[in-house]
Design a protein around this ligand. Structure first.
Ligand SMILES: Cc1cc2nc3c(=O)[nH]c(=O)nc-3n(C[C@H](O)[C@H](O)[C@H](O)COP(=O)(O)OP(=O)(O)OC[C@H]3O[C@@H](n4cnc5c(N)ncnc54)[C@H](O)[C@@H]3O)c2cc1C
Length: 599
């Protein structure tokens, strides 16, 4: 088919669909969906992050949302031509609602919706001051005693939180809190970020010395300000720390360092939080309308309580506290766990001539970094993708347009290719006694990340050390810690001067329990995971990541986090939800998160 024909086909579809919606004719609108179809909405229709599966769920949503949302003006996105592959027509689209402009991606099969992504791009009347609307900066003309930019900033910093209250407080100033605060600043939402560390970026700096990002630069950009073209593909952790610090300054964030959130209470009547902060020794009480916990999905260490720990005479710590290998040259080191941190730490210890044993307790998914870049991410996040016109923003939307319910179906063939490509590598690992897995359904790394946030290693070299027997391998559960080592369930004793517990992290609602109280943490329920009914992700299916970036069962409490890609992409939608509330724009939430699991 020629492009013009494709364009006409999509335009005709959009006209039909748009007209049915404007007429309030839900039956006609849902008739335009395939029996098996997915409509993923990021805020524009549902004021939520929600996937609707099949006609019935689409109809239910429209019954509730059509009247308040009032969608209209559906069209092909400016400058974008639809494409066709394997009978699927794909088109970038634009639309409007009563209060917002939307952008989306449509996939048609036999003239009907197979997948539809609708996203809120901006709120009408509250657009970011970009392009033609960018601020002048200078104040031309003359005026007595007028403030310079610096004086204005200093005044704002001195007053916010004392003489005036922020609308939003973000607890946690890692990349998540920083990116969200940058977006809220552009939207004019007064915000304070609380960070207990001394400097922005410290959450990366404090991690083990050898750490470099596992994801490539194209995946990692922060909102508004991309890494320069000369930036390395895999950023060393201290370099990312410095970038975050610089970003915080140039994006003019109200970022309180050495500021620990001690507690937070919500007053249902006043619709206001009371947030108690220790700001460098001084108690400050903040009263925001909204509270965002950006305290890190990999922030609350899961430290196993093995019997006998107190007896151990050497050093023992969780991977998040591991200082690096320098003090352990020539020592006997045991790393409990076999995921990313365990491998990175074990390899760095080996480089310092330590005698290293990794204790593998359950099978781990391993994928070589090069292979993952080529087959897993290359089409969307790579130099080639940039050359092909796939901007970060487009890549994020394409990624978001694949509903979680069927994402594994797209992933399985990729991981089958990886298995084939690196056949000898995997044979070597198995021969060394390493227990491998590919996820319960063979869908690999990204699904494991979404489902359970753990269970994998992106190989940057440690696997070869295991294959060569340079990093020794022990298998099974730890039953006891003794004075000079640990004992496994089969009775094996491992001598150790150092034990590193690379045992992962707990659900983010643990932060809510700590700062707000167990009752609120339980009301909100588990964070993260899709309810895929696979290992460590119990059902029922949720369709979306639990509680992330969307309204929770606790009014005015939000969770933000994830990897750099997720923090960048979803902070946009969280920021719009907060801005709408600040402006008093009605935000009728459809399908509020139900709670099936507490942690
Ligand atoms: C070893 C490791 C490697 C990783 N590699 C990658 C990678 O390659 N690519 C990628 O995209 N992601 C990676 N991640 C995952 C994720 O991107 C990082 O964990 C990232 O730091 C998450 O950012 P965040 O802002 O959500 O949380 P964090 O960076 O954990 O920030 C949370 C912040 O909250 C602060 N805080 C907590 N409680 C309070 C309180 N009560 N008051 C004030 N402040 C508080 C903490 O000090 C911390 O600075 C990795 C994670 C780990 C652990």
């Amino acid at each position: 088919m020629f492009d013009t024909t494709l364009s006409e086909a999509v335009e005709a579809f959009l006209e039909n669909f748009g007209k049915a919606l404007e007429d309030g004719d839900i039956e006609r609108a849902t008739e335009l969906f395939q029996e098996e179809s997915y409509w993923r909405d990021l805020v524009s229709f549902t004021w939520n992050i929600k996937t609707l599966e099949g006609k019935e769920q689409v109809a239910e949503m429209l019954q509730r949302q059509l009247a308040p949302i009032r969608p209209h003006s559906w069209k092909l996105a400016e400058g974008e031509a639809p494409t066709e592959e394997d009978g699927i027509i794909t088109a970038w689209i634009e639309f409007e609602t009563a209060v917002a402009r939307g952008y989306g991606l449509l996939r048609l099969k036999d003239g009907k919706v197979w997948t539809l992504l609708t996203t809120m791009a901006e709120l009408k009347g509250h657009e970011e001051p970009r392009g033609f609307a960018r601020p002048l900066g200078a104040k031309h003309g003359a005026g007595k005693n007028r403030e310079s930019w610096r004086e204005e900033r200093e005044r704002e910093e001195a007053e916010l939180g004392y003489r005036s209250q922020p609308y939003c407080v973000i607890v946690g100033g890692g990349q998540g809190g920083i990116g969200l605060a940058a977006r809220l600043r552009q939207l004019g939402v007064p915000t304070i970020v609380l960070e207990k560390n001394d400097r922005p970026g410290d959450s990366w700096r404090k991690r083990y010395k050898s750490l470099c990002l596992h994801d490539p630069v194209w995946y990692d950009h922060l909102p508004y300000l991309k890494f320069p073209d000369t930036w390395p593909v895999f950023s060393p952790k201290d370099k990312i720390g410095d970038w975050l610090e610089f970003y915080t300054k140039v994006m003019e964030l109200n970022y309180w360092t050495r500021s620990t959130c001690k507690s937070a209470r919500y007053d249902e009547a006043a619709k206001e939080w009371t947030v108690v902060v220790d700001r460098d020794g001084e108690e400050v009480v903040l009263r925001p309308r909204h509270l965002v916990l950006a305290t890190g999905m990999s922030g609350k260490p899961n430290i196993p309580d093995f019997p006998g720990k107190e007896r151990f005479r050497g050093d023992q710590h969780h991977s998040s506290q591991h200082p690096g290998p320098d003090a352990y040259r020539g020592k006997k080191c045991v790393v409990v766990g076999s995921n990313n941190s365990a491998h990175d730490i074990a390899a760095a210890l080996w480089e310092q001539d330590a005698d290293v044993t990794m204790v593998q307790r359950s099978p781990t998914h391993v994928v070589r970094s090069d292979t993952l870049m080529d087959l897993g991410l290359g089409a969307l996040y790579s130099e080639q993708a940039v050359q092909n016109g796939i901007t970060t923003e487009k890549a994020d939307l394409i990624f978001a347009s694949l509903p979680y319910a069927i994402l594994h179906e797209f992933q399985i063939p990729l991981y089958e290719q990886m298995k084939e490509r690196d056949k000898h590598f995997y044979e070597g690992l198995e021969k060394a006694g390493f227990m491998l897995d590919w996820g319960d359904d063979g869908s690999g790394l990204f699904m494991k990340y979404l489902r359970r946030g753990s269970g994998y290693y992106i190989d940057v070299g440690a696997s070869q050390l295991i294959i060569d027997g340079e990093i020794k391998l022990a298998r099974g559960q730890v039953t006891e810690i003794v004075e000079d080592g640990l004992v496994l369930e089969d009775g094996t004793k491992l001598d150790a001067d150092l034990i590193v517990y690379a045992t992962g992290y707990n659900s983010m609602n643990g932060w809510a329990a700590e700062l707000i109280g167990q009752e609120v943490a339980d009301r909100v329920g588990k964070c993260w995971g899709l309810g895929s009914d696979t290992t460590r992700d119990p059902g029922p299916g949720e369709g979306e990541l639990r509680n992330m970036w969307r309204p929770t069962q606790q009014e005015a409490l939000w969770f933000h986090g994830g990897n750099l890609h997720q923090s960048r992409h979803y902070s946009h939608f969280l920021a719009l939800q907060l801005k709408a509330r600040q402006e008093g724009i009605p935000t009728p939430v459809y399908g509020l998160q139900e709670v099936h699991h507490l942690a």
